[in-house]
Design a protein around this ligand. Structure first.
Ligand SMILES: NC(=O)c1ccc[n+]([C@@H]2O[C@H](COP(=O)([O-])OP(=O)(O)OC[C@H]3O[C@@H](n4cnc5c(N)ncnc54)[C@H](OP(=O)(O)O)[C@@H]3O)[C@@H](O)[C@H]2O)c1
Length: 240
């Protein structure tokens, strides 16, 4: 009997959570394609997967590049949306409100645009997993902007789960995870922030990309999960 091989596409699969998800999903029953903008970074990620994945470099914020990618891809089964934005952190009083628009352009619009372009070829028996952030669920000072951006993804998921059924649509909300997302901070600042969050997080540490990858793999593989927000934050939501 021939075994069915599924195909997962990870937008933003060249680093951090997306790359860890590729590593987790890759196997005899799952082919994986990783994407990202930076060709060099993508090739290095692809090498770290032993060349076992497919790769495609394009900018998910550019609709023509998104259409071209999905039109050339062919049928596939699972879409993981890990493209990132870095805007919107900081106290509300001094927050540059245009950062909220930039955050939408860098994260929300690319994730939605990839899903829209994927619909004609995405298996209806498959899944979509957005990545939002626990900031959208926290009542903690300094995250109003980034919460507004990420909150959009939490809001659309139950609606899309009904509208696109039987395609399953879920979202993971990660806590503070040690990935290159935090590279905008100097080493010392980043270590201090990680130590502070580790102290506030019930499990006593910040997250690893693999923690979130496991949550994503669960949503990809469990055929009874749809419309759900899966918070993967070590309990930070209840303690921050
Ligand atoms: N790390 C955290 O603490 C944390 C917490 C909550 C939520 N998240 C969310 O988790 C997701 C993954 O982040 P991460 O921590 O894994 O960050 P990361 O290591 O910086 O990875 C981001 C990935 O997205 C790709 N990417 C970004 N913009 C893109 C675009 N326009 N088109 C195509 N690819 C794009 C990047 O590659 P290129 O730069 O080469 O394009 C990279 O592969 C993001 O949505 C982030 O907001 C992270």
């Amino acid at each position: 009997m021939t075994k069915t091989i599924q195909h997962a596409v990870i937008i933003g699969g060249s680093s951090g959570i997306g790359l860890a998800t590729a590593r987790k999903l890759l196997g005899p029953g799952m082919k994986v394609t990783i994407t990202g903008r930076n060709e060099e970074k993508l090739t290095s990620a692809w090498n770290s997967l032993g060349g076992a994945a497919d790769k495609a470099a394009f900018d998910a914020a550019k609709p023509d590049e998104v259409s071209r990618f999905f039109e050339g891809l062919g049928p596939f089964d699972h879409l993981v949306l890990a493209a990132s934005g870095g805007k919107g952190l900081g106290p509300f009083q001094t927050l540059d409100l245009s950062d909220i628009g930039s955050g939408v352009d860098e994260k929300v619009r690319p994730q939605l645009s990839c899903l829209q372009a994927a619909l004609p070829t995405l298996n209806k028996a498959g899944s979509v997993t957005f990545i939002s952030a626990v900031s959208a669920q926290l009542a903690t000072p300094g995250v109003a902007g980034i919460a507004a951006i990420n909150g959009m993804l939490l809001t659309v998921v139950p609606i899309l789960a009904l509208e696109l059924k039987p395609l399953r649509v879920n979202v993971v909300a990660p806590g503070v995870i040690d990935t290159p997302w935090w590279d905008f901070l100097a080493d010392e600042q980043r270590q201090a922030l990680f130590a502070d969050y580790a102290g506030r997080t019930p499990v006593g540490r910040i997250g690893r990309a693999e923690d979130v990858a496991s949550a994503i793999a669960f949503l990809v593989s469990n055929g009874f999960m749809t419309g759900q927000v899966l918070t993967c934050d070590g309990g930070l939501r209840f303690a921050a």
